[in-house]
Design a protein around this ligand. Sequence first.
Ligand code: TYD
Ligand code: MG
Length: 461
Amino acid sequence: MAKAKTVWYCTSCGNEYPKWMGQCPACGEWNTMVEEPKAAPSGKAAAPSRTRGYVSTEKDARPQPLSEISMSEESRFSIGIEEVDRILGGGMVRGSMILIGGEPGIGKSTLALQIPMNCPDIKTLYVSGEESLRQLKLRAQRLGSDECDCLVLSETLLENIIARAQEVNPDLLIIDSIQTIFSETIESSAGSVSQVRECAAALLRYAKESNTSVILIGHITKDGAIAGPKILEHIVDVVLQFEGDTRGAYRILRSIKNRFGSTAELSVFEMTGKGLREVSNPSEMLIPMHQENLSGIAVAAMMDGTRPLLIEIQSLVSTAAYGVPQRSATGFDVRKMNMLLAVLEKRAGFRLGSKDVFLNIAGGLRISDPACDLAVIAAILSSNFDISVSADSCFSAEVGLSGEIRPVSQVERRIAEAAKLGFKKIYISSFNKKDSFARNDNIEVIAVSDVAELCRKLFKA
Ligand code: TYD
Ligand code: MG
């Protein structure tokens, strides 16, 4: 018998090659090749194997002026969960495809099932390739309303799913999960690069042709990438990522890509015994109220997209027990922390070279707003001196390589949010123009120009 033909796929970009290579010539990633049976082109039924997105195949498609394109088709609908609507940029666009990624057990299926429950007006078809209908019913009961009219289907064959969807013609099609779906036209097993790619492409074609919105649920690999090829992220319109500690109660939904809105948005959910609950004021959850003053804690006033967010930063500085001091950060870039430590050492004369430094961001959040720099430095110094930062102070500024405290954008909104949450002092850069924000009587704005000045004002040192 002739040997079955195989090809090598890059798991990062989805390109195919006749032989293994250490580095993918297309995307430059190393060690991403996997061997899979070649997708057999069986006449017309075979899906195009290099679909990179939705391309109209209408013969009479003509270029049109943007101004004359009618918007009626691009209408949005609310999916009943306010925070998700906000991330999507004001509801879901008809005919769009959304990918929700996250680790196992984070709550992807729960969120997906809560959509039709919160919004009975939308005709939804929920296809589960992972759970039986009984399991879905049990989950619905757990969520508190199993009287919902949402249609459910337990199926993994792509062709059947599309046929059922065409019969039912739903407004919203949910696929849980894309890695369990397979197409007959491709030989490799479900979850392989070629299956994921072709199934997603076929569902995209269905979405655009029938103007149905599709939500794909996707698994995540150990290093945080959505399993299957990166191409999945290219062809969908929106990528939402569920993050957080599966043992903790809080989950963060973040938009990574959004063709219809901003990618800087984030929302927080709490996993309760009755499903996910929206946390509409995340700052309250991120700053625990302390009974006593502890050292090593500082609060940063950061921006998350369009929303100001106050977040607690914890640090622990201790004498290194072993020769090489440990530096570790959770939720914050370690290289950035090392840079801030070098600034403290070189520009302000603190001897931290022989100390272990640990940094932790409250609530399992990952932060990248440079405005958190000042709070990070304040937390580290506070732990180093073992003097607490007063619990009614917060910080919002970037720290430069020469130890200067640099201004940040939208400082007025940050100040307002801090005042709203009851903070009495906020430390910002002295380069933030005083007249660029209105005076706020409830909070004292303290301007600092360099690290040494921060130290004097904060610790009277
Ligand atoms: P699930 O949505 O199955 O996760 P995923 O689809 O991302 O793998 O959520 C699983 C976790 O959520 C599970 O550990 C149980 C928990 N959970 C609750 O705490 N409360 C609930 O009401 C539900 C439905 C699940
Ligand atoms: Mg699931």
